[in-house]
Each structure stands twice: as C-alpha cells, then as structure tokens.
Ligand binder design. Structure first.
Ligand SMILES: Nc1ncnc2c1ncn2[C@@H]1O[C@H](COP(=O)(O)OP(=O)(O)OP(=O)(O)O)[C@@H](O)[C@H]1O
Length: 457
C-alpha cells in the first residue's frame, strides 16, 4: 500500500467516524435502531452463555460432544518418557461431557431505550430468580437497568434500558379517559397511569421537597378537563390548594372545616348507597346513565395534621375526622368517591385510625423518604427490592417514586413537572366543569356544569 492509498483510507475512516458521530448526535433514534441495537444484540447473544453462567442462571447438563483426547497407541501412559513403546496420539472421540446450558434467549426486540426479550426458564427456575440478578445482568450488558416486566408459565420477559428514562419526563397528564390520569413515566419507558376505577385510593408519601405536591398538581391538571368533582383538604392552611379553588367543588383548610366536609362526604356516600339500593345496582356505574352521580376525587394534603392533637379538646374532632375519612375510604370505591392522601409519613404513631386508613389505600406512591420505616410503612409488605429502590431515591431527582398497585407489582416512576401556574391555569380554564357543593350533596343524581364555589364549612 503506498502513501496516498493509506491517506485516502485514513480519510475515509475519519469521515465515517465523523458521520457516525453526527448521526448519533442529530438522529439518535435512527442510529440506535440501525447501528447500536444490532451491535448490542449480537454481543448479547454471543456472550449469553457466559453471562448466564456468571449470574447463576445456567444449568449443568450432560451432552454428547466430540472431544480431542490423548490416547496411547502402544504401551502404557505411565511408562517413562524414555520408553519409546508408549506412543501418544490425539484422537477425536464422541463422549458425554458436562456443559453449562444457558436458558434460551428468544428474539431481542428493540425499544426506544433498550430492548425486551423473553427467556425460557430452566426447570426449577422462577421469575424471582431473574429479578434477583437484574443488577448483575445490567453490569454484564453495560446498561442502566434490567428488570423483569412480565412472566408467563415457563417464561419471563426482561427489559434492558440503556439510560434512565426518568431523567427527563415529558408527557401530558390528560388522557381523555374518565377518572384516568397520566402523571408521569415508568422506568420501563411506559406511561404511568392512575386509573381511579381500578385502584380507587392512593397514598402519596415522601419527605419534604420530594415531589408530593407536584404529583398532586399533575393529577389536578389531568382531571381538570373531565366531568369529575374535585375536593381539597389542605391542612397547610390552604397554601397548596387555594390557587386551584376555581376547579374545586369544596376546599377545607382548617380542622373544623375538615370535620364538616368529611361529614358531607360520608353523607354523599350514604345517599349514593341508598340510590344504588333502590335501583338494585351494586355500584354507581351500574345505575342508568341519567342517574349516575358525578365521581368525586378527594385530595388530602398533609394528612398527619388531621390526626395530630395539641390537647384533649381536639380529641373529639380528630376522632370524628379519622372515622369519617375511614368510612369514605371503605365505601367510596363503589360509590364514586376516590382518595389521594398525601403526607410525609402515615404511621401508627398518629393513632389507631391511621393504620386502618392506610390499609384501605391500595395504591401506594413512595417518594424519597428520610427514614427506612416510612418506606416500609408506605410500601407495606412489598418485595424488598421495591423498598431498596425507594430508599435509593436521590434528593436531586424530585418526583421520582416507587409506585405499587394492588396486584403487588411495583415500578420506579417519575411525575412530569407541572408547575403551580400550569395547574392553576387548568383549574381556571375548566372551572365551569366544577359541580357546586350544594348540588353534589343534594340527595339524588348530580350533574356537572355549575360554577365552582369553595366550601367554607
Ligand atoms: N417531577 C418533577 N420534575 C422536576 N422537578 C420536580 C418534580 N417534582 C417536584 N419537583 C421540584 O421539586 C421541588 C419540591 O417539589 P414539591 O413541592 O412537589 O415537594 P413536596 O414533597 O410537596 O414538598 P413539601 O412537603 O415541602 O411541600 C419543587 O421545586 C419542584 O419544582
């Protein structure tokens, strides 16, 4: 090769590298699908046996293999080297040998952030075996995380993500479906959906500045355009929810107002119960359309304030509000009253009613917490990995949370950033959809559409 050819070859290589760099920078998605993913997939398949073995997922099996053995053609192997009668040759033989057999890896399917793949379980393996080695697999594949996202008898589906999809969350909370909001993204790149008709009550816990109010903003923004009534309990003196008053059918900001508003809610539930009984319906969704009452979503901020008492005088109020909130939680699901209860911690130290209330809040959202007990309290008897994930949430990522539904599955998720101004604008824009409180509490079916009037209990 002469000097000019070498220069041309080097120039071509440099141009190729620059082109690749520019492609990756300006069109990362197409670069991922066309170049990075095929390269990664090849590497995953080529190294799978070693990786599975290193992660303890492979099994030892006996297999027939050709082997290359040293065989003495004449004399004995034990004779000394000087003994020329011992002649050793290499001979191919078919023998049964022990080999490491990795679980079968099906087709890797690319996703915008990584890939999904089904793995056939070896006999005796369960999906949990793969959950436990997620971190090892992530290191072996040089990716951000590997999680088990689905399982069927004999198979698990793994999701590998190249980078944390929760670094920047850009998604609209409005879904257009009744009682459903999309407050953020899950770590697997899917939208995080809260569907109150599936999981009616939610506990939203986290330390101060962990993102609880932002999530409440996202929920308000998502629900504001829907024909639902929103009710606020703001025991921070009203500073959190007062800006959203135009879209709230009622707002209580003091202990006294809370007791009155909770009594009203219990009455609403009782009336709806009677309505359903009269029409032989098990829940409001089985009533004829024209009788179906407006669903109510109740947001409670800083729930501990409802349960704390400074002196004996407050004891009765606390006990009344705790009982009423518990009744709403117990009966609300069937009668269209749903709860989102926010607080820094919601432990038994606040009183006996709290534990009962917590057990009714089947949807759990655990933002960053200051102590491991709060994570335990919020996530209950979840998988220990969920607790570890909750404890590992960094202060620099407000809005990140571990969420768990009633089916026991859990996800890392992050809410989309919704500023107070945005939520306030949505509340003003859809103020005309707020049913008046008097209309909601009147016996009989309520219909939306009145101007909102925050309650002064
Ligand atoms: N998903 C998010 N993305 C980006 N920033 C966020 C997110 N959630 C919250 N933040 C930011 O984190 C800060 C704290 O959030 P937020 O007020 O919601 O916390 P909090 O838990 O309600 O705190 P406190 O209990 O003190 O009211 C705010 O400045 C907010 O802008």
């Amino acid at each position: 090769m002469n000097y000019t050819t070498m220069l041309v070859a080097l120039g071509a290589l440099a141009a190729l590298a620059a082109g690749g760099w520019a492609w990756r920078k300006w069109a990362p998605r197409s670069f991922w699908y066309a170049v990075e993913f095929p390269a990664k997939a090849t590497l995953v398949y080529l190294t799978w046996t070693h990786v599975a073995s290193g992660c303890g997922l492979a099994r030892k099996r006996r297999r027939w293999r050709f082997t290359l053995d040293a065989v003495s053609l004449a004399g004995s192997v034990s004779r000394s080297a000087k003994d020329t009668s011992a002649v050793m040759v290499q001979q191919r033989r078919v023998r049964s040998v022990q080999v490491e057999k990795a679980p079968r890896l099906r087709l890797l399917r690319p996703t915008p952030l990584g890939w999904r793949v089904w793995v056939k379980l070896h006999d005796g393996q369960v999906p949990d075996d793969y959950v436990k080695v997620g971190e090892r697999l992530a290191h072996a594949w040089r990716v951000h995380a590997v999680r088990v996202i689905a399982s069927k008898p004999g198979r698990v589906q793994l999701l590998a993500t190249m980078r944390d999809p929760l670094t920047v969350v850009n998604i609209a909370p409005e879904t257009g479906e009744l009682l459903t909001v999309r407050p953020g993204m899950l770590e697997n790149g899917q939208p995080w959906i809260i569907d109150f008709r599936t999981v009616p009550h939610w506990l939203n816990a986290g330390a101060t500045q962990s993102g609880k109010s932002n999530l409440a903003n996202a929920i308000i923004k998502g629900l504001a355009p829907q024909p639902v009534a929103l009710v606020g309990f703001d025991l921070k003196g009203g500073v959190e929810f007062t800006p959203y008053a135009p879209r709230l059918s009622a707002l209580a900001t003091t202990r006294g107002e809370c007791v009155g508003l909770l009594d009203d809610l219990v009455q609403v539930v009782t009336d709806r119960m009677a309505l359903c009984r009269t029409h032989g319906a098990r829940n409001i969704w089985r009533l004829p359309d024209h009788l179906q009452p407006v669903p109510i979503v109740v947001l409670v901020d800083e729930v501990a304030e409802l349960f704390l008492m400074a002196d004996k005088r407050e004891k009765e109020e606390v006990s009344k509000s705790a009982t009423a909130l518990l009744r709403v939680a117990q009966l609300g699901r069937a009668f269209g009253v749903y709860l989102v209860v926010c607080g820094q911690r919601i432990g038994s130290d606040l009183g006996p009613g709290v534990t009962a209330l917590r057990s009714q809040l089947s949807g759990r959202i655990c933002h960053r917490v200051n102590d491991p007990e709060t994570a335990n309290m919020t996530l209950g008897d979840m998988d220990p990995d969920a607790l570890d994930a909750a404890r590992a949430i960094a202060a620099e990522t407000p809005g990140v949370a571990v969420i768990a539904g009633q089916d026991g599955s859990w996800h890392r998720a992050r809410s989309v950033y919704v500023s107070e101004e945005e939520a306030e604008a949505a509340a003003r824009r859809f103020a005309h959809l707020s049913p008046g409180w008097s209309e909601l509490t009147a016996t009989g079916p309520a219909t939306g559409g009145q101007a909102a009037e925050p309650l002064a209990a």
